[in-house]
Design a protein around this ligand. Structure first.
Ligand code: OSB
Ligand code: MG
Length: 360
């Protein structure tokens, strides 16, 4: 699928102008469930790419799924255990099964996940901008829109001054930074200077596959560290919390193998008293709604990166789009599955190619 982004989104690892992703649809009994894959065309956030995901689906995961007799969607991820890694590929298929299952039962996804209806608090992630002025304008717009927490992206050379400027302009807004693995343990003195700005957390400052250096860094800074890239399973979360590599965990369904992985990370953190929040990957409404449902679980005590569809896309794949109220909340859908209509015509228009597999 290809959806143009209204504005380019820039992080320490690169710049995205259009959202290019795989959409998995699983059909049975005249019903269809959808799972949006969070892989990108490139391996700059994590190692998987759209190419590796398609390979894994076609050659391993779909054949495996066709061989299963499942009694509940939570059984899908464990059934994929023989395949090492490839969490994004597993998650896309697993999520489609959860959505299909919920639609068949006629219940909203949140109910199947063990969450609740109602509303969730929305936060927003602001990418790297051309200059400090543009960053301040963006932050002002999002604060005015009602978002409950602002995250800004940082990278070496674009860190302390950005945080200082945003903090000066917005003294009381809940504020955090995300470095997407752009720093090294040697940068601890600089990261320690961020302690003066009252940030709620520093997200993934060090290596994408590291826990040990993050633990060393956490001993040197007061601001809680949050891990994103480094957490790909509940075991990762348990290990990270046990060695003090972080105090908060960003949960992305696609990064932890699917909803079963997200629930397990949630439980691992909750039982250790660590808050979690839901990250984002510039998803279309399909993945965005999946994130909305997940955030109704009790351990999601901090606003996530789930913003309104209109921040990203001229026209989303779901109708109605995801909207954020003036007081920074998103309504949790009550319809079956994801709960908003998928606009087939828009899905068709955004489709670059499709592949279909049938159970033998
Ligand atoms: O690290 O959380 C991240 C976007 C793409 C890849 C990684 C990340 C992000 C974001 C944006 O921060 C979250 C969103 O608005 O969907
Ligand atoms: Mg992140």
């Amino acid at each position: 699928m290809r959806l143009p982004l209204r504005f380019p989104f820039e992080t320490s690892f690169g710049r995205t102008e259009a959202k290019e992703f795989l959409l998995v649809s699983a059909s049975a009994d005249g019903l269809t469930g959808h799972g949006e894959c969070v892989a990108d065309p490139d391996p700059y956030y994590l190692p998987e790419t759209n190419g590796t995901v398609l390979h894994l689906l076609r050659d391993f995961l779909v054949p495996l799924a066709f061989s299963l007799e499942i009694g509940h969607p939570r059984e899908v991820l464990p059934a994929f255990a023989r395949v090492r890694g490839h969490e994004m590929a597993k998650a896309a298929l697993e999520m489609a099964v959860w959505d299909l299952w919920a639609r068949r039962e006629g219940v909203p996804l949140w109910r199947l996940l063990g969450g609740r209806g109602g509303r969730i608090a929305a936060g927003v992630s602001v990418g790297l901008q051309a200059d400090v002025g543009a960053l301040l304008e963006n932050v002002a717009r999002e604060v005015a829109a009602g978002y409950r927490r602002i995250k800004i992206k940082i990278k070496p050379g674009h860190d302390r001054d950005l945080v200082a400027a945003v903090r000066a302009g917005f003294p009381s807004v809940p504020l955090m930074v995300d470095a997407n693995s752009a720093y090294r343990l040697d940068d601890a003195p600089l990261l320690r200077e961020l302690d003066g700005f009252g940030l709620t957390m520093i997200e993934q400052p060090l290596g994408w596959d590291d826990l040990v250096d993050h633990a060393a860094l956490q001993r040197q800074v007061e601001t809680p560290l949050c891990l994103d890239e480094s957490i790909r399973s509940a075991d990762d979360a348990r290990r990270a919390l046990e060695i003090g590599a972080c105090r908060v965990v960003n949960v992305k369904v696609g990064r932890v193998g699917g909803f079963a992985g997200a629930l397990a990370v949630h439980d691992a953190c909750r039982s250790r008293g660590a808050p979690v929040w839901c990250g984002g990957m510039l998803e279309s409404g399909i993945g965005r709604l999946a994130n909305v449902h997940l955030q109704t679980l009790p351990g999601f005590t901090l606003p996530g990166d789930t913003a309104a569809s209109a921040r990203y896309f001229e026209e989303d794949l779901v109708d109605p789009p995801v909207v954020v109220s003036p007081d920074g909340e998103i309504a949790v859908p009550d319809g079956p599955g994801l709960g908003h209509a998928i606009v087939e015509r828009r899905v068709e228009r955004a489709t670059a190619f499709r592949e279909e597999w049938t159970r033998p």
